[in-house]
Design a protein around this ligand. Structure first.
Ligand code: NAG
Ligand code: NAG
Length: 320
């Protein structure tokens, strides 16, 4: 076993020179080295890592973070060991849905739009099921950064408060005012901003379709504060450092094991729990339902700001 590992490690160093992160060797190494999560292939073996890297389009804007209001919860009730938004609010199906950003660095828009959608549904107890459009944020929020080349999540939330966001479903869904225009496996450029509905069958005009937030804020880097926010208002947006091993996540509680940092990614935290004694966050990714074995969700170590997952937490209240 030990000798095998040495051979694997030395061969791996060679492999990593070409960043062959979908090789059997790389995947076997992850599965040998740790026991909290299982690695396997999620992408065709010949996928260039650069293509996946492009999806990690979360940019950090220090100035903005420093100026953003902090929401502080008064923690009086005991926080449960396990919490899953999907079972807490079954009347909001969006909590269980996973979207696909395609080969575009629009994770910042997807994470924000998904959390806004859930939050509006939760605030109205399931009576307003309005799917916010990542496309609208991606193409029309000029302050948000560079579209498919990456953007600032915090600005997506302030854009929601100041300018509103229209509805929009998945690629080819014909759902909402501005459905996503990027096919899952198409290398894509940032779409042009259009202030009309792309879906010509949608009965409402672009300006009438805008739904707004009333506030946007950040949550301190504190597990209980994050938990209190999720329990009271719904999922939060988070961002974290993606390392090469993460692409091969299948199930279990992810902890960085091997590989270089590949980029910075934005996602949505929907709950938490403990698995085999290891505390985790339950997170919705935007790489489609076929990524991993949890239908596009994943678990990541909780309580140590692992990969920065607890340090960029964003939320806001919808205007109802
Ligand atoms: C928090 O709760 C305590 C006890 O109920 C109360 O005295 C205090 O004013 C609260 N603080 C805030 C900021 O709401
Ligand atoms: C929320 O909706 C559920 C059904 O979807 C209903 O049973 C419940 O009474 C509602 N709660 C409130 C506070 O209106």
């Amino acid at each position: 076993m030990k000798t095998n590992l040495v051979i694997i490690v030395s061969t791996l160093t060679m492999c990593l020179a070409t960043r062959d992160i979908f090789s059997e060797l790389f995947i076997n190494y992850i599965n040998l080295k740790q026991t909290s999560w299982i690695a396997g292939l999620n992408f065709p073996q010949d996928t260039p890592v650069e293509v996946l890297q492009r999806r990690n389009g979360a940019r950090l804007d220090e100035d903005f973070y420093n100026n953003l209001e902090v929401k502080v919860h008064n923690i009086t009730d005991e926080i449960p060991e396990q919490f899953d938004s999907r079972t807490k609010w079954p009347q909001c199906e969006s909590l269980a849905s996973i979207r696909d950003q395609g080969h575009c660095g629009s994770c910042w828009a997807f994470g924000a739009a998904a959390a806004m959608t859930d939050r509006l549904c939760i605030a109205t107890n399931g009576t307003t099921k309005f799917q916010f459009s990542p496309e609208d944020l991606l193409s029309c929020c000029t302050d948000c950064g560079n579209g498919c080349d990456g953007g600032y999540s915090s600005r997506a939330w302030s854009y929601w408060v100041d300018n509103g966001v229209v509805s929009g479903g998945d690629y080819n869904s014909n759902s909402g005012c501005q459905p996503y225009s990027k096919a899952p496996y198409e290398k894509s450029a940032t779409p042009q901003c259009t202030t009309t509905c792309l879906n010509t069958h949608y009965p409402t005009s672009y300006s009438e379709d805008k739904h707004y937030g009333s506030t946007n804020y950040k949550i301190e880097q504190d597990v209980q504060q994050i938990q209190a926010e999720i329990m009271t208002s719904g999922p939060v947006q988070a961002s974290y450092a993606v390392f090469d091993d993460f692409y091969n996540y299948k199930s279990g509680v992810y902890q960085h094991t091997i590989g270089e940092q590949s980029g910075h990614h934005a996602v949505k935290i929907v709950g938490w729990g403990v698995e085999n004694g290891i505390p985790y966050w339950l997170v919705a990714n935007s790489w489609g339902v076929k990524w991993g074995h949890l239908g596009g969700f994943f678990k990541i170590l909780r309580g140590e700001n692992h990969c920065g997952i607890e340090q960029n937490i964003l939320g806001g209240e919808p205007k109802v």
